[in-house]
Every structure is written in C-alpha cells, then in structure tokens.
Design a binder for this molecule. Structure first.
Ligand code: ADP
Ligand code: MG
Length: 577
C-alpha cells in the first residue's frame, strides 16, 4: 500500500484534483436525498407546484454537477493509473536490462514477462478503484450515517443491522477467494512458461511427434487456471444478487417500519424516503471498501512480485567511482589464478586459470564440451564475476572499470548467434548506429557474409525475421561476426563462432581476420583443430582446468589431451604439417 502511494508521487497534483472532485461528488450525492425529502414533505403533500419546480430545478443542477464530477474522476483516474503503470513497466524493464546472467538464472523469462505485463495490470486495476473508493467511500459512509440519523434516529438500528450483515457476508467471500487469488498469478506464470517453451520448441515438438504430450502439459495448466478463475468469478457473480437482496430487504424493512411511524406522525414521508436513500449509500460505501479488501490481496501479491524484481540488486555492479583504462589502450588480457563457480553450483566450472593474451596474437581455447570454454570467455565480458583470482585488462581489474567501458572495448560473438528482427543493415549497425555502408561492406567481407548478402534481392535491406529465423545457422554466425567487426574493438572474442561454417569459409574468414584485425587481441574458442592450428597460443581446457598451453607443435609433443583431440580430427599428413 505504501508502495502504491509512492507510485502516485509524480502525479500528486492530479491526485489532489481527483480527491477534490470526489469530495464535490460525495457532497452532491449526500445532498440529493435532502432535496427529495423537501419536495415530498413541502411540495407534494401541500400540492405546491411552484415549490416542486423550484426545488426540482435545484436538485437537477446538483445532480448534473455530480455527474460531471463522476465523469471527470473516471477520466482522470484511468489516466493516472495508466501513467503509473507505464512508469512501473519502465522501471521493471530498466532493472531487468541491468540484470546479469546470475539474476536471469534466478527469475525465469516467462515470469519476468508476466511481471511486466499481467502483474502490473493488476496494480493498474487496483489503482483505478483505489483512487475512487479510498476517499469517496468513507465520506459517503460517515456523511450518510450523520444525515440518516438526523432524519430519523428511530430507524437507525436497521442500518446497523444491514452493515453487520454486509460485513459478515464479505468476510465469507474474503475467506473463500483470497487464497485462490494468490495462486492465480503463479498459474499465469506457469501458463506463460509452457506456452513459450512450446512456441520456441515447435520444430522439435513436431520432429519428435510429442504434440500430444505438450498439449496435455498445456491443458493441465490451462485447466488449473480456468478452474480457479471460474471459482473466483462465480463468487463475485454470487455477490451481486446477494447484495441486491440485502439492499432490497433493507428497503422493505425501512418502508415497513417507517410506514407505521409515518402513521403515528413520528416521521414525515419525505424523511423516510431520504432515510432509505442514505441507508443505500451507507451500504454501498461499505461494499466498495470490502471490494477493495478483496482486490487488495491479489494486487499485493502482484506488487510483491514486481517489488522482488525492483529490489534485486544485480550481483554485477559498477563501482561508485569506476576506474578508467589507460589512455593508450592495448588490450592485454590477463587471467591471474581465476577460479569460478556458477551461483549455487558445488563444483567450480573453472579452476586456477592463469594466462596472458597479447594484442596482435590469437589465443585459442579448445577442449571437450562442458570443459568451461564459454564460461571462461563470458568472464572476460563480465557476464559473471570471478569467484577467486583476478582478470586484468591492461593491468586494470575489470571489476574496477564500468561495464560500459569494458564492453565498449570488446567485440563479442556469442556461441549462439542472436539476431534481432529488422534488416541486415540494422543488425550490423547494432554496435555503431552511424556506421557507413563502406564500413558495413568491409565487415561483411571479412566475415565472408558479403556474398550471400549480395545474392539477396534487397541486399543490406533484406528483412531479418524474429530471432534470425530466416537465415541459416552459418549465415547467422557470419552476420554475428560482421556485427562485432563493425565495432572495431581492440579485443575480439569468438565463442565457437566458426562451428557452423564449412572448412573453406572458415579458412577464408580466418585469413581475412588476420589481415584486417591483426593488431587486436583475439580470443578464439573452437572445436576444430584446423581452426586454431595457426594460433600463437593455444590453451587446452579439461574439466575446468588448464591441461596445456603452447603452440600447436609444442602441445602435440607434450599435451596428451591435445594430441588426442588432434588425432581424432586430422590425418597423419595434416598432423605433420
Ligand atoms: P563449453 O563452452 O566448454 O562447452 P561451458 O563453459 O558452457 O562449456 O560449461 C562449463 C560447465 O559449466 C558445464 O559443466 C556446464 O554444465 C556449466 N554451466 C554452464 N552454464 C551454466 C549456468 N548458467 N549455470 C550453471 N552451470 C552452468
Ligand atoms: Mg561453449
């Protein structure tokens, strides 16, 4: 609740305006029954048409004023709630953008999506209601009681009874629906997860003919969600007629008992009618407050879920006063006894890694899958922080500089090529928005992508589908490489980026790279010995540790792991070369 109030802070002025309007509206609503009782008591009873018209006219004006306020409040509160929801979405998105991989591993993508959409919508719905009810209902309730008692204190007990019945009834509904409301958000999460997995894995699902199983998985979650939503909605549907019954019963009771009193001359007919309307207003205001209380738990679950995201501090943070790299940046990458374990993992994924990668040289990493190659290069871009030891670039610990400054110097080609929807041009310009056509062409040439881009009718303006679905794996890799090259970074990291290329393209690409980016520090993860044979330094990883460092010739002589990999891939003749 406090958080909700804080959300409205930027709109304080408009909130005050809404409250002002609501106050006027409440006053008009409270005044109307009075006019009516005057008309009945003094006009109709004595047959004074002039008085009826005059009072009736005033009553109409007051009602009109109330109506204008209602419309204005509806308009303003909808805008305010939409505005706060927008701000909240913005905050959540900005936070998520700053998340490091550790936080992404913690929250599932599906859950983050639900939190930015559905959960925020819950808050928005509650805000609209809260803006109206929180202020209006108490005024109506208290004002109604004061006025009703003024009209007839003899009948007041009826209101007390009615309010007690309403509260009792609402408590029952509360007990039934709140625990279920809380589960709804979790189920929405799950539904999103299953849907996402099915949609992204559609090809695999078809290939394995597991549509039936996936459908069942989906149906199960869908059924749970439907059941619980139905239940909650049925309760709500049940609520309306019961409330009407209570209200009509109260009216009946007032007329019944009131008529007797009118007969005895204890109360005027008009006052009795006004009393009846005040009684309705009081019950309505209690109802509004109760509905708020029913909505509150669901929204507060949503609020907590959003808060969880907002309050998660990324484990990878910039220093308050970040250091800078030296003016004359060279790009010497040095690992000093680095050990790293993934959050929550027992075994470290990397153990005591030390080496230095120099500018103008290629440092290659090879090893079986799961040996820690990707983990190692991800550490350089600081997607995770080292557990022990240090990574230095030009002698500066990478944790001391800002993430922006660090990544500014790195051209990173991830293991899984990711393209964004747009055109080839927009993807290549990703690192450098103002890159000229020449720069793009140059990068594409080096990445061996120029040919297939040229073959396309629209060339650089060819559409790229969501996730790069309309280019082949190898083309995706080459575009990812070109994208990194456009950046002209002093340090390049290629994480297994050549694996989907045929040997010929692989070789041509490496030659072009050597020629054009020879002065950069090149860190290259590869599967194929032929890709890395020419590297100045090859690091053999085995189960998270270094099994050998050296050139191809050196390693062939002294490193068993390396020799095994080489022998499995190359012919005798190639090995001797
Ligand atoms: P490679 O790239 O050499 O195939 P990785 O660096 O991807 O290997 O993985 C090294 C080890 O770290 C593997 O045992 C893998 O299971 C583990 N690992 C990789 N990513 C994560 C992660 N996000 N959370 C936990 N463990 C991980
Ligand atoms: Mg890998």
């Amino acid at each position: 609740m406090m958080k909700l109030i804080k959300l409205f802070k930027p709109y304080a002025f408009w909130v005050v305006v809404v409250f002002g309007l609501l106050f006027v509206e409440a006053m008009t609503d409270l005044a109307l029954p009075d006019y009516m009782s005057n008309i009945v008591n003094n006009g109709i009873v004595s047959g004074d048409t002039g008085y009826i018209l005059a009072e009736g006219g005033k009553m109409l004006l007051v009602a009109l004023l109330g109506a204008v306020c209602t419309i204005a409040v509806g308009y303003l509160s909808a805008r305010l709630a939409a505005g706060t929801a927008r701000n909240l979405r913005h905050d959540v998105f900005r936070k998520v953008e700053r998340f490091s991989n550790a936080e992404f591993d913690h929250f599932s993508t599906a859950s983050l999506i639900t939190r930015t959409t559905n959960d925020i919508q819950q808050i928005q719905m509650l805000s609209v209601m809260a803006l109206r009810f929180v202020f209006y209902a108490p005024i109506m309730g208290i004002g109604g009681v004061i006025r009703a008692v003024g009209k007839s204190s003899n009948l007041s007990w009826i209101i007390a009874v009615a309010v007690l019945v309403v509260i009792g009834f609402v408590l029952v509904i509360f007990a039934l629906s709140v625990p279920r409301f809380k589960r709804v958000q979790k189920l929405v999460d799950k539904l999103n997860l299953v849907t996402r997995e099915s949609l992204t894995g559609m090809m695999v699902i078809r290939a394995f003919n597991t549509q039936r199983r996936e459908e069942e998985r989906f149906d199960e979650v869908n059924r749970d969600l439907t059941r619980i939503t139905l239940f909650v909605n049925r309760i709500m549907v049940f609520m309306m007629p019961v409330m009407m019954l209570i209200m009509n019963g109260v009216q009946l009771l007032i007329i019944w008992i009131g008529a007797g009193q009118v007969d005895l001359g204890g109360i005027q007919v008009g006052d009795m009618m006004a009393f009846m309307q005040y009684a309705m207003q009081i019950i309505m205001s209690f109802l509004m407050i109760s509905v708020m209380f029913i909505m509150l738990p669901r929204a507060s679950v949503s609020a907590q879920r959003i808060n969880e995201v907002l309050e998660t501090e990324p484990v990878i943070r910039d220093k308050e006063v970040p250091a800078r790299f030296p003016e004359d940046f060279k790009g010497i990458v040095e690992f000093k006894d680095v050990t790293f374990a993934y959050p929550g993992a027992d075994e470290p994924a990397l153990k005591h890694i030390s080496f230095t990668a120099k500018p103008g040289e290629t440092t290659a990493f090879i090893g079986s899958t799961g040996s820690g190659k990707s983990t190692l290069v991800n550490l350089i871009a600081r997607f995770y922080d080292v557990t022990e030891g240090q990574i230095l670039i030009d002698g500066v610990d990478i944790r001391d500089v800002s993430q922006h400054e660090l990544r500014e110097r790195i051209g990173f080609v991830p293991q899984k090529g990711v393209l964004f929807s747009g055109t080839i041009r927009s993807n290549l310009q990703y690192a450098k928005e103002d890159a000229s056509d020449d720069e793009l062409r140059m990068a594409a040439e080096i990445a061996q992508a120029a040919d297939f881009i040229g073959d396309k009718e629209a060339g650089y303006d060819s559409e790229i589908a969501q996730g790069g679905g309309n280019v082949s794996g190898g083309q995706k890799q080459r575009l990812s490489i070109a994208r990194a090259l456009v950046k002209r970074a002093p340090i390049y990291i290629f994480d297994d980026s050549f694996s989907a290329l045929d040997f010929k393209t692989d070789a041509a690409l490496r030659r072009a790279l050597k020629r054009e980016t020879g002065h950069s520090t090149m860190l290259l993860v590869a599967q194929r010995i032929s890709t890395i044979m020419g590297a100045e330094q090859i690091i053999v990883l085995d189960d998270g540790g270094i099994a050998g460092i050296g050139t191809h010739q050196e390693l062939m002589k002294c490193c068993d792991v390396y020799r095994e990999i080489a022998q499995s891939q190359l012919s005798e003749k190639e090995l001797d070369a």
